[in-house]
Design a protein around this ligand. Structure first.
Ligand SMILES: [Mg+2]
Length: 98
């Protein structure tokens, strides 16, 4: 599944199965998921089993992607295009040596 397919799936599934929420709440959901990922990374220094931690971290990253795609859909942003533009910018920066 590529970015476009994933964003379309999120859009269709969201419309079908979720209560409408405002964009500020969608942003808060994204921030909440980023906080959950931060917690997983913080726990890496604790006693949690490494394999379990990787599974939990992957789950949180999945949550973040869904929230980001929901927000991108809200604003009509094509994340694949955004990624490619940012990739090009980074490559140009690296070619210039800074
Ligand atoms: Mg989560």
């Amino acid at each position: 599944m590529d970015f476009k397919e994933a964003q379309k799936w999120v859009n269709d599934d969201w419309k079908k199965n979720s209560k409408p929420v405002n964009k500020h709440l969608e942003l808060l959901f994204l921030m909440e998921e980023i906080g959950e990922m931060a917690e997983m990374i913080r726990k890496q220094s604790g006693k949690k089993e490494r394999k379990k931690l990787k599974i939990d971290l992957a789950k949180e990253m999945g949550d973040i992607l869904i929230c980001l795609m929901t927000l991108a859909n809200r604003y009509g942003i094509d994340l694949e295009e955004s990624f490619l533009k940012t990739k090009k910018k980074i490559q140009q920066r690296h070619r210039k040596g800074y």
